[in-house]
Design a protein around this ligand. Structure first.
Ligand code: TXA
Ligand code: MG
Length: 358
């Protein structure tokens, strides 16, 4: 792999009156093959000219991302899709019409002009139109599709603020456009339209139920237990992803038994001298009263959990803990699916099942 790209990082406020100027500077960096981190509605992206193989190579180097993990091309118009994808099925236009700009990525057949490293050598390409004024303005000003994975180092939680980007990539990205915290908080939902049957490769910011209103036969098979990048349709769905430095202990079970089990485990770890943290919904905190363990609170519902999940993991990870305890959310629909998926990955696929009392 290439050496990480070295540069002095500039953070530009993209919300202020000067934001037009910030966008122009960032677009110029993209055009000369540099790297710009920018906000989208989901998470921050690490962007480069998506039609330049050399610029895209810098993304992989900066993130220390394996070359077999393809990146998404971000567009600002439907017209741009025809230049990067071919044999685009009508379902793509249906979904784009319904959900773009928005947290939906479509995997399509790739046009030959798309650099091979964007697609990690595959004959497909992932495309999305982000729902964020700064992202859209940057893509338009750069005049090229922008290749962008999440702007974190490989296997770290995705960044939902400019500060998260800096803590992973300071000195490796030319400009960070600071647009404040992101709205959705989990990455886009990825739908593969190149197979026999449309399939979800990654649950994300767009709920499955909404997609199924347009694509009733949409398939979804959780991929959590896939072992190697070669064997999975979306290599980023590898298990060891979003992993905090602390071990995430993920509990699942009915409320009346799961909280006592979590408290018992936390107390046991604390007694053994380990530093323990809690990743909780606001109303779960009451179950842990008196435990000397810091908590990151994620709000009241799946939408707020999605928004604050990665920040919560980063916050706890910054405390140098040995273990973080969390409970699998009850909501399996809406954004609950994406939240459960990210928690499961952070726990490296392990769930501590607490059976119901009988
Ligand atoms: O919300 C998002 O999708 C964010 C923002 C920045 O747009 N981006 C993001 O990118 O999450 P990344 O690279 O962290 O995750 C993209 C996922 C990876 O798991 C990758 O394997 C998959 O998309 N992917 C990209 N191109 C693909 C392709 N041609 N076929 C299958 N999977 C693909
Ligand atoms: Mg990522």
């Amino acid at each position: 792999m290439m050496q990480p790209y070295r540069t002095s990082t500039r953070v530009l406020d993209a919300l202020s009156d000067q934001s037009d100027d910030a966008i122009q500077q960032a677009a110029a960096v993209i055009q000369r093959g540099g790297l710009v981190a920018f906000p989208t509605e989901t998470v921050y992206g690490l962007g480069a000219d998506g039609l330049s193989e050399a610029a895209v190579a810098r993304i992989f180097a900066a993130k220390e991302r394996p070359a077999n993990d393809p990146v998404i091309l971000h567009v600002a118009s439907l017209g741009a899709v025809a230049r990067i994808a071919q044999n685009v099925p009508s379902a793509a236009y249906t979904l784009a019409g319904a959900f773009w700009p928005g947290p939906l990525t479509l995997v399509l057949r790739r046009q030959p002009q798309v650099p091979a490293n964007v697609s990690a050598g595959r004959d497909t390409v992932a495309v999305r139109m982000p729902d964020h004024p700064i992202a859209l303005a940057l893509i338009r000003a750069a005049g090229t599709p922008i290749a962008a994975p999440s702007a974190n180092r490989f296997s770290r939680p995705s960044p939902t603020s400019a500060q998260h980007v800096l803590s992973d990539l300071d000195g490796r990205v030319d400009i960070v456009l600071d647009g404040g915290p992101t709205q959705v908080g989990v990455e886009s939902t990825i739908v593969d339209l190149t197979g026999q049957r449309p399939a979800v490769l990654r649950p994300g910011g767009l709920p499955l139920e909404k997609l199924r209103e347009h694509l009733p036969d949409l398939a979804f098979t959780p991929q959590h237990f896939a072992e190697s990048a070669e064997s999975v349709p979306a290599p980023g769905t590898l298990l060891k992803h979003y992993s905090p430095d602390a071990e995430l202990l993920l509990f699942r079970g009915p409320a009346d038994v799961v909280y006592p089990a979590m408290c018992a485990r936390a107390a046991q770890l604390l007694a053994a001298g380990h530093a323990v943290g809690l990743l909780l919904k606001d109303d779960e905190l009451a179950h842990f009263e008196g435990l000397p363990a810091p908590a990151a609170l994620l709000g009241h519902d799946a939408v707020s959990m999605a928004r604050s999940l990665f920040a919560g993991i980063r916050q706890l990870d910054g405390l140098g803990l040995d273990a973080i305890l969390a409970r699998m959310p009850d909501e399996a629909d809406g954004l609950g699916l994406a939240v459960s998926d990210r928690l499961l990955r952070a726990a490296e696929g392990r769930i501590i099942e607490v059976p119901a009392r009988r």
